[in-house]
Design a protein around this ligand. Structure first.
Ligand SMILES: O=P(O)(O)O[C@H]1O[C@H](CO)[C@@H](O)[C@H]1O
Ligand SMILES: O=c1cc[nH]c(=O)[nH]1
Length: 243
């Protein structure tokens, strides 16, 4: 059955799924595949299916935020997704994280609305340990710089208290902010699907958020190289997993 938002059906969805936020990033993943075709593009949800070193891969964008991410994740799982790796952008909450560094998320603070509609805030948002360990091993083989730890997934970009919020989470050893990792971890855990999340840092701690996100949108070289590394890392992880 064709799903109402992603407009895909089971034959379109590999068990291996890559999940960027931005629909434009879907095609940049496609460029690194052996071959691909676009399956559907409805609202923020763009899906391609292709092969990487012979492994079938589906890539679907979630758009921004937990509500649309949860919709995409649910529909992908209904169509047969078994392993889902987010390849997102994030903003550093620690000063030792540079632009283009990768952050491998072990867990996420649920500072979002979507997961709180699903289940009590006591329920943790954690990555699948085996899939995440495979990402770490692959990252070390590829010799990419990375940080591993807890991130925060939020629902707001421009509150009046952003600086205070950042200082607070910095003091609690949180690595970075994004907006979809908690939804992926909670929905994946509830549905019995293995999930992991890699973020490419596009904002330095204490730098101007608007300017940095704009630099990324304008294809700043360091952020684009970080994005390429997170894509290759997810693809190579799936190659190892499929063996
Ligand atoms: O670049 P993506 O994957 O969309 O991720 C980050 O970028 C968006 C905000 O600019 C949010 O979706 C956030 O999680
Ligand atoms: O600072 C940032 C950058 C990207 N995405 C976020 O959620 N926060």
């Amino acid at each position: 059955m064709k799903q109402p938002h992603i407009l895909c059906e089971s034959k379109d969805i590999s068990e291996y799924v890559i999940l960027p936020g931005d629909p434009a990033r879907v095609l940049r993943v496609g460029e690194l595949l052996d071959s691909y075709e676009e399956i559907a593009y409805n609202r923020e949800f763009r899906t391609i299916k292709g092969y990487y070193k012979g492994v079938p891969i589906t890539v679907t964008s979630t758009g921004i935020g937990g509500p649309s991410a949860a919709i995409a994740i649910e529909e992908l799982i209904y169509c047969g997704a078994k392993y889902i790796i987010r390849i997102g952008s994030g903003g550093a909450v620690q000063s030792n994280i540079n632009i283009g560094d990768l952050i491998i998320c072990s867990a996420a603070i649920r500072e979002d609305g979507a997961t709180n509609m699903y289940i009590s805030p006591k329920y943790p948002a954690v990555a699948d340990i085996k899939l995440t360990n495979l990402i770490i091993d692959t990252c070390e083989e590829l010799k990419y710089k990375y940080h591993c730890g807890i991130v925060r997934s939020h629902d707001s970009f421009y509150t009046d208290d952003e600086n205070k919020l950042m200082e607070y989470w910095n003091s609690k050893n949180i690595l970075a902010s994004d907006m979809e990792t908690s939804s992926l971890f909670v929905v994946g855990q509830l549905r019995g699907v293995k999930t992991a999340s890699i973020l490419n840092n596009v904002v330095e701690y204490k730098s101007d958020l608007k300017e940095s996100v704009e630099d990324y949108a304008m294809k700043d070289i360091e952020t684009i190289e970080g994005e390429k590394r997170e894509i290759i890392l997810a693809l190579e992880t799936f190659v190892r997993l499929s063996k």
